[in-house]
Structures are given as C-alpha cells and as structure tokens.
Design a protein around this ligand. Structure first.
Ligand code: PEP
Ligand code: MG
Length: 594
C-alpha cells in the first residue's frame, strides 16, 4: 500500500482519561520500550546505518562504564561487577556480526535488526536449565534496552524536565506515575500512550494535574514521529494527525461550547450539591499534596475525601520525615478548615513506587506488599506518619483513613499503633484532636463482605472502587488488553457497594466513594441511588458533578439503583445509567459527530 501523503488527516482511537483538547508538535519518549518498527532501508543508506549501529555500541559502552564508575564509588566492587558482564554482552561478536549482516544483506534498520537478534538470544538463554546462563538473558535484555534507546531516542534518558524544552504533546509507550509527576504544565500540552487505562495512577495524576491525556492507543509510538503535528482530544479519546480544516472548525465550536459551560459551572461553585427533590450529598476532592489546595478551593469541593499521601514520597531524594509531613498535612487542614480532610496513610506498592527505597520486584505487585501491609512491617515509617497526622489534626477537621484493609486483624494492628502514638503524644504534652475519626478504604472484596464487622470498629468507609473492581473482577486496572473486562457496573460490584453502604448505615456511619467511579458522570446517579453520602473525585471534575446532581431527582436515582440490583447485565446497567445522566444534563456529554 502506498504511504499516505504527509498532510493527510489520520485518526487514532484510545481511551480518554483526562479531558481537554490541545494541538501541537509531538515528542516521542522512550520508544525503546516499544517494538522497534521493521521498516527497510535503501541500499544507499546501508553504510550510514552500519555507522549508526557502531556509534550506538560506542555510546552504550561509555554509558555502561559511567554507570559502573558510579556504582563502584557508591556501593563497592561486588555490585559494580555486573557491568563487566554487560560489557561482555555488548561486545558479543556473534550477536553483533549477525546484526551487521541483517543490515547489509537484508536492509533491516539497525534498531529492528538488533532487537530481533538480541531478543532471540535472550529467549533461548531464558529457557536453559543452568541458572547462571538463565540470568544472562536479563543482562542481554538490559543491554539491548540501552542500545535501542541510543538508536531510537538518541540515548536520551527519561528525565522529562531535561528533555522537554518547548510545549509539546508527549507520546510514550507508557509513563510511570513518577514520570507523570515530572510533567510541567508549560512544557506538556497533553500526553498519549500505547498502553494504560482510566484507573492507572498515571491517568489519575493526569486528571489531577489537568493535563489532557489519551491512553491505550496500542501502537501510537510507532505510528508517529517526533515533530508530527497532532490534535489530542482527551474528551473523546482521539489523536488526530494533521487535522483538516473541517476538523479544526468542529473543534473550534466544541471549544466555544466548553467555554460557556465552564462559565456556568464557575457561577454555581458555592452552591450545595443538592438534587431537585432536596437530597444533599457531599462533594469532595482527591489530592496528592499541599499544592492542590487552590484546585480544591476553586472547584467548590467541600473538603478532601482522599489525600493520597504516597505522592509526598515519590520523586524525592529521601523520605519526608515527620516534620515535613506535618507541614503538608497541617497546611491542607488549615486552608480548608472547617471542611474535612481525609488523610489516607501510605499506599505505596502496586503501580506506585518509591524512588529512593527498594521495594523488591514482585510477580503480582497489586496483590503484594502494598499499602497497609507495607506499613505494618515498616513500623517506624508508619509511626512517623501517624504522629504527623495526629499533630496536624489540631489545625483543622482531619480524618484518618487506612488503605487496602482486607481483614479485621490489619485494622486492629493499625489501631494499636495509632493508640501507641497517641499515648506517646499525650505523655509529651503534644496536642492532637482526641475525637479524630478513623475510617478505612473499602477496596478489597473481603472488606466489603465483612463490612458489618468493620463498621463496628470505624467511623466511616470510603469505597476505593479502582481497586475494588480490579480485585473483585480479577482484572488488572492498568492493563489495556483486558480493559473491556473492567466493568464498574458489573452486578458483583453493585452488590458489593450496596452491602458496604447498608452495613455502614446500620451503624450510623457515613460512606463515600473516592475511586474514579465517583467522578464518572454517567455513574453519579447510580451511586446516589445506592445511598452513598459523599463522592470524592479529581477537583477539576467536581463542578460538572455538582451541575449534574443539581439536575437529578433522588427518586429516579433510587429507581435506577433498584434496577441495577436486579439486572444481570453490566452493559444494560451502564446504558441505563448513561441515559439518565445524559437526559438530566446533555451539555455535560460533548461529542463530535465523527
Ligand atoms: C481506589 O482504589 O479506588 C483508590 C481511590 O485508591 P488508589 O486509586 O490510590 O489505589
Ligand atoms: Mg486503591
């Protein structure tokens, strides 16, 4: 098939994870993580391609030697030895001669040739019995990653701050939450990735940072080149390369509509979230650090329903100590007083990693050493956080929440540590709020199923639907290959939510939802109908949620929930939910007729 002329419009569809429309030049990052495309080179380009390959080997050699020097100085000769093995692999004549042959004889591009040969060797090494040889497969892949990064990305590392000089659309195979945290507003217009899903922490961060984003585009990194001009539509999940005049006109109209909606939303910022038939619900915002205070105040949220404190620990040289945490928690509590601030204790692990301490690789990180499990072993770290939260509680209306509780024992252990911290503060005469409410995230199916017992020991629940869905349906929340199975309206989820709400209400406790389901406009009527008392979402979403709630009837929402509890089809339930939300406030569901 002849290649499309450069200026022809092309559309790629993915998953919209953070709203907004932006246009700009593309910068491709970390393409080496994806598959190198297998385009052929012409006969005349062969000498240059051979040279490029040799240069990549030289540059990789320098990089490995530099890494070796640093590790030697920091950790000693034993640890630095691994790089000797990497140098041997890099200079393996069998591998390199085969690559040269593929370039010369078959006109393969160097990246594809190297990736093919290296992966073949790595796969056969990985299959042998001998453990020593098996480990060489890891070395081979590690070295291949470096060589490919030189061939595809010019050897740039992934330090985004250094890499992005002009405002651009960042395109990558994937972005880790720690990389997303480095994105700066004035440099990044939006981002698009091959993989990812709506509830991955990268997507959650994009929404909270108000950076438009589309993920799950499958092969966008190999379809685009740095410098391409694209329009990123974070509302409908599209990347449009070389947008035509007609497309730009349609988007111009959409922007005008969005602007006037934005003005209407701003006007009702101070009004309560109350349905047409008088039912009041609390709308709160999810935050990651004290810098998010203005976003909460601007959004009209009535407090913080989830303070994800682990973000204080990501991308920092060292762990924030008790005083630094106290400063962050107190600043938020004081700024929002008397509105509540629910501070969740550390939820590290899963797809959120610490940059400075070693969390070992695990086969199933989401099922592994995460959140409360981690804190109950790293007790000094946990105590410092509990003390910081207790001390911050005198500055406002602070509530404390434990993540990932899966059984009573964890809650009891955590509470025992909390009591220990309280006793030590009392003994030292350090004030804290003696009435501090303690609650838990309900985000494991086991917690939902024993919600009655947990309700007897807590003051509130917040449903972490992101995890509750992944654990109940056995669907990795970050894996786009099975994203179609990640169904918030699955009857199992609806029953677990109902069970949780009823168990809490039977004890006179309140229940919130702080997972992404809360901010999904189509699902807001369902959650209302199921009886939740609070919804907490990215601050940017709160005005739209309020607008919708003020146009709903609780009576209709309850009828929807009753239907959902009887219905056996996730798809049908979702259809009814979307219909009710759309009928109530069609202006919130902008769509381009494409
Ligand atoms: C959740 O699981 O729904 C939640 C809010 O927690 P996190 O997304 O941080 O895992
Ligand atoms: Mg969670």
């Amino acid at each position: 098939m002849p290649a499309a002329p450069a200026s022809v419009e092309r559309i790629f569809r993915g998953v919209a994870v953070s709203p907004g429309v932006r246009q700009g030049r593309v910068v491709i990052l970390g393409r080496s993580a994806a598959i190198a495309d297998d385009h052929k080179i012409s006969e005349t380009d062969v000498p240059a391609e051979l040279k490029r390959f040799e240069q990549a080997l030289v540059a990789t050699r320098q990089q490995i030697q530099e890494a070796q020097r640093q590790v030697l100085a920091r950790m000693g000769a034993g640890e630095a030895q691994i790089f000797d093995m990497h140098l041997l692999v890099l200079e393996d004549p069998v591998v390199n001669e085969e690559v040269l042959r593929l370039i010369e004889r078959d006109h393969c591009n160097a990246a594809h040739a190297y990736q093919t040969v290296a992966e073949r060797y790595a796969t056969s090494l990985a299959g042998v019995e001998d453990e020593y040889l098996r480990e060489r497969a890891t070395d081979m892949r590690d070295v291949a990653h470096r060589v490919l990064s030189h061939l595809l990305d010019g050897g740039h590392d992934h330090d985004l701050r250094r890499l992005l000089k002009e405002p651009c659309i960042v395109v990558a195979h994937d972005l880790a939450p720690s990389q997303t945290a480095q994105l700066e507003h004035d440099k990044v217009l939006g981002f698009a990735t091959d993989v990812g899903s709506r509830t991955s922490h990268t997507a959650i961060m994009a929404r909270s940072m108000k950076i438009p984003a589309v993920v799950g585009l499958k092969n966008i990194t190999s379809s685009l080149r740095t410098g391409d001009y694209v329009l990123l539509d974070g509302i409908n999940g599209l990347i449009i390369v070389n947008p035509s005049d007609q497309t730009l006109f349609q988007y111009g109209e959409l922007a005008t509509r969005q602007q006037s909606l934005g003005e209407r939303l701003r006007e009702m910022r101070a009004l309560p979230a109350v349905t047409l038939d008088g039912h009041r619900i609390i709308l709160s915002g999810n935050i990651e650090n004290a810098d998010d205070i203005p976003a909460i105040l601007e959004s009209g949220a009535e407090g913080v329903g989830l303070f994800r404190t682990e973000y204080l620990f990501i991308n920092h040289e060292r762990l924030p100590d008790e005083e630094e945490q106290l400063a962050a928690y107190s600043a938020v509590a004081a700024a929002l007083k008397p509105a509540p601030v629910v501070i969740r204790t550390l939820d590290l692990g899963g797809d959120k990693f610490r940059s400075h301490t070693d969390v070992p690789d695990e086969m199933n990180p989401f099922l592994g050493w995460r959140a409360i499990r981690f804190c109950l072993e790293e007790r000094d770290l946990f105590r410092a956080q509990l003390r910081a939260i207790l001390r911050a509680s005198i500055h406002g209306n602070v509530k404390l929440m434990y993540p990932m509780i899966s059984g009573l024992n964890e809650l009891e252990q955590a509470n025992a540590l909390l009591e220990e911290c309280k006793a030590a503060l009392r003994a030292a005469g350090t004030p804290f709020d003696e009435g501090l409410e303690v609650g838990i995230m309900v985000e494991t199916p086991s917690a939902a199923l024993i919600a009655d017992a947990l309700a007897r020991r807590t003051r509130f629940f917040s449903l972490g639907t992101n995890d509750l869905i992944q654990y109940s349906l056995a669907v990795d929340r970050t894996n786009e290959k099975i994203a179609h199975l990640y169904e918030p309206t699955h009857p199992a989820i609806i029953r677990l939510i109902k069970l949780t709400v009823d168990s809490a209400h039977a004890r006179g406790n309140w229940v919130g939802v702080c997972g992404e389901m809360a901010g999904d406009l189509a699902l807001v009527p369902l959650l209302l109908g199921l009886g939740v008392d609070e919804l907490s979402a990215a601050p940017a979403t709160v005005p739209e949620m309020k607008h919708l709630i003020r146009r709903l009837n609780l009576r209709e929402a309850r009828a929807l929930a009753e239907f959902a509890l009887q219905c056996e089809s996730a798809h049908e339930i979702l259809g009814r939910c979307a219909q009710l939300a759309h009928d109530a406030a069609p202006e919130l569901f902008p769509e381009l007729r494409r």
